[in-house]
Design a binder for this molecule. Structure first.
Ligand code: TRP
Ligand code: SF4
Length: 360
């Protein structure tokens, strides 16, 4: 943040899946941490979004939110610089979601790729729910509530941001500002009343997707059970690395291998220094090093990345109230912004609580 120019706003959310893994870190969290230096950031735990697929069992929901929050703080999200909160603590999201649902054509939602894929692929639960179809509408409410300029997301979420832009455009067309041109009343966002429309259109910020392999070589994912958690202690991490799959062509110690087709090689490319990568490359291709040694180097790199996170986590683990209080403070801050936006929305839709016959 510099000078008088207001920092652009970044917003992103994560569903409360419980303890986060390295894939979450590389794919999202690590990038969020870096954004705090440049943007006014809002990060929230999307517990209502979790309900769209896990509505039938809410027993672990709160616990999962707490775990995610601990991992966020451990990773270095900083309550001094970022507003962190839980979606359901800001009921304005539900109000905006409802209003958006009135103007979002069904066809837009049925065309969303994640919707089609998940309806086809997830068979163990019934996703034929209103809320599941409305998932991206709720996401649009999350994003537009804070008038985010940028939304850091993975590739799969880009269509949701695109849909958010379309909803913003449609809302703006139907409901332009009524008091456009009047002098600003509050100092919250200086330019608020100078623009003719309530909602700016957000841009996706594509997270550079280093495809992080899990221990079985497939994409690291909780549902595959192949994860390395941010909280895994060193011995467990080393154990997981030992059993990680390698270049299948390298059967014996004397067979040369290829780090470019080896998941451990991928880990090195993401986490190890150039010097180690050079050693892996030469040693693997010439059978000069064994996989056991190579994996221990990868483990070293991971340990040095996770150590500071685990150290930072301790403070909050010993006193989980601390993390929860941070969320509460974040909610209070988010609430103020949300209520400001909703006041503008209600005004634009001529649904404010003012007496209907103004001027009489
Ligand atoms: N749909 C996102 C995901 O599954 C989570 C999410 C909810 C989100 N609301 C958001 C992401 C708003 C960015 C902005 O990862
Ligand atoms: Fe993979 Fe390393 Fe073994 Fe090569 S030496 S196959 S990169 S684990």
């Amino acid at each position: 943040m510099t000078g008088s120019v207001q920092a652009k706003r970044v917003l992103s959310g994560m569903r409360p899946t419980g303890k986060l893994h390295l894939g979450n870190y590389v794919g999202a969290l690590g990038n969020w941490v870096g954004m705090q230096d440049h943007y006014n950031c809002f990060f929230f735990i999307a517990d209502w979004h979790a309900l769209t697929t896990d509505y039938a069992d809410t027993s672990r929901l709160k616990e999962n939110c707490a775990e995610v929050m601990l991992d966020w703080l451990a990773a270095g999200l900083d309550p001094e610089r970022s507003t962190m909160f839980i979606q359901s603590h800001i009921p304005q999201h539900a109000e905006l979601y409802l209003l958006f649902s009135m103007i979002t054509p069904l066809g837009w939602l049925e065309r969303v790729p994640t919707y089609k894929e998940q309806r086809e692929n997830i068979t163990e639960k019934d996703l034929g729910m209103h809320g599941f179809l409305g998932y991206p509408v709720l996401q649009a409410a999350d994003i537009l509530m804070y008038k985010a300029d940028f939304v850091p997301v993975g590739e799969d979420q880009v269509p949701h941001v695109e849909l958010t832009r379309e909803i913003a455009r449609r809302f703006n067309q139907f409901y332009p500002r009524k008091n456009h041109g009047r002098s600003p009343r509050d100092s919250g966002r200086e330019v608020a009343e100078e623009v003719p429309f309530v909602f700016p259109e957000p841009q996706p910020l594509l997270t550079p997707s280093a495809k992080l392999p899990g221990t079985d070589g497939r994409k690291m994912s909780k549902s595959y059970g192949n994860t390395i958690l941010l909280t895994d202690p060193e011995p467990l991490l080393r154990q997981k690395l030992k059993t990680m799959v390698t270049d299948p062509a390298r059967v014996r110690r004397t067979d040369p291998g290829n780090p470019d087709v080896c998941p451990v090689g991928d880990l090195h490319k993401i986490f190890s220094e150039a010097r180690i990568n050079a050693q892996v490359n030469a040693g693997c291709r010439s059978a000069g090093i064994g996989c056991i040694e190579c994996k221990s180097w990868a483990a070293d790199a991971l340990v040095s990345i996770l150590n500071p996170l685990q150290e930072r986590r301790k403070k909050y683990e010993h006193n989980p109230r601390l993390a929860w209080d941070i969320l509460e403070q974040g909610s209070a801050r988010a609430s103020r912004v949300a209520e400001e936006t909703m006041a503008e929305v209600r005004q634009a839709m001529q649904m404010s609580r003012d007496f209907p016959c103004a001027g009489r």
